[in-house]
Design a protein around this ligand. Structure first.
Ligand SMILES: Nc1ncnc2c1ncn2[C@@H]1O[C@H](COP(=O)(O)OP(=O)(O)OP(=O)(O)O)[C@@H](O)[C@H]1O
Length: 299
């Protein structure tokens, strides 16, 4: 494991915000650390980076205990928490050259990193004029300069537009696939993590609710077919008679588990043939809140 924690806990005063976390982050994974705002993600990340001292429990990075191997471990971690430390009056390249000099890294690596994060064309532009997405990518390039094995990113796509999110996602996939990095990324958006993570840890109120392979999460976060109709009662009865598991029944809508496009067509046909008007029918992904409910039920 690249990161392994045991019984990790943290309190701010009397409020315990991280509760006995046992994280397991495999080598080469994109590990999505998922949880709503205030769940304890940033606090956990700060402990992993030795920016906060743990109350209880232990942290192993690259199978070495963090406290007793701080310098060796931290030199192998690149991180981005909150805003990247960027000088607005300097260009992207100057920001990187400046950091390269401080780290004693070869200047050649600066152009390599600019290419990797797709900022070569904007390298001469003042970083203060970059879009939010470009700033985040410059932040990641800065974090990667020293060629760390592990990258820890706290909500790197916060506030980005869809294009900016896609650019970051593609970059992280390239980093693990082509450059053998391990990426630990926090987010409060299930949909975003599902699209790139290989492993997931889900945290709520400081507690780890789920951890495992993304495929295991998919089984729990199964999508639903959302059906809006003029006659919910008849629709529910008809679907149940046909062995569909009806859920979320409201005044004008209900859901059944999604299996395939074909099955969605069959459901639509069944309703229509029985005189039930379907105003809308679509595939609906679970949001984080509904996922919590499913996890709690399946536990
Ligand atoms: N310096 C602090 N002093 C007191 N309480 C704090 C402090 N920092 C965070 N907290 C509290 O700890 C809890 C966890 O916060 P944390 O920032 O770790 O959550 P998060 O999952 O990263 O959420 P967000 O995405 O909103 O940052 C929250 O209830 C927060 O209010």
């Amino acid at each position: 494991m690249v990161i392994r924690t045991e019984g990790l806990s943290y309190s701010f005063g009397s409020q315990q915000v991280v509760k006995s976390l046992s994280l397991q982050v495999p080598e080469g994974s994109i590990y999505g650390f998922l949880g709503p705002n205030g769940a304890g993600k940033t606090t956990t990340i700060k402990m992993l980076l030795n920016l906060l001292k743990t109350d209880e429990g232990s942290i192993f990075v690259f199978e070495k205990e963090l406290q007793t191997n701080r310098i060796a471990i931290l030199s192998e971690i690149g991180s981005l928490i909150e805003q990247p430390a960027i000088y607005a009056h300097m260009s992207g390249r100057e920001n990187l050259l400046n950091r390269a000099m401080l780290l004693g890294v070869d200047d050649a690596r600066v152009d390599e990193m600019l290419a990797l994060v797709k900022l070569s064309n904007a390298a001469g532009k003042k970083a203060g004029q970059y879009s939010l997405g470009m700033k985040q990518r410059l932040g990641i390039a800065l974090a990667l300069l020293s060629n760390p094995k592990l990258l820890i990113l706290d909500e790197p796509t916060n506030g980005l537009d869809p294009n900016g999110i896609i650019e970051i996602r593609e970059l992280l996939v390239r980093l693990t696939r082509d450059h053998k990095k391990t990426v630990f990324i926090s987010s409060h958006l299930l949909g975003e993590i599902e699209k790139m993570a290989t492993h997931v840890g889900i945290i709520n109120n400081g507690e780890l609710l789920f951890q495992g392979d993304i495929k295991d999460l998919e089984a729990i976060s199964q999508p639903m077919i959302y059906i809006e109709t003029d006659n919910v009662v008849d629709a529910a009865n008809l679907l149940q008679r046909n062995r569909y598991e009806v859920a979320n029944v409201n005044n004008d809508s209900l859901t059944v588990p999604y299996i395939s496009k074909q099955q969605m067509g069959t459901v639509n046909g069944l309703l229509n043939q029985n005189g039930i008007t379907v105003f809308a029918i679509n595939k609906q992904h679970k949001d984080l809140e509904n996922l919590f409910l499913s996890i709690t039920k399946s536990n």
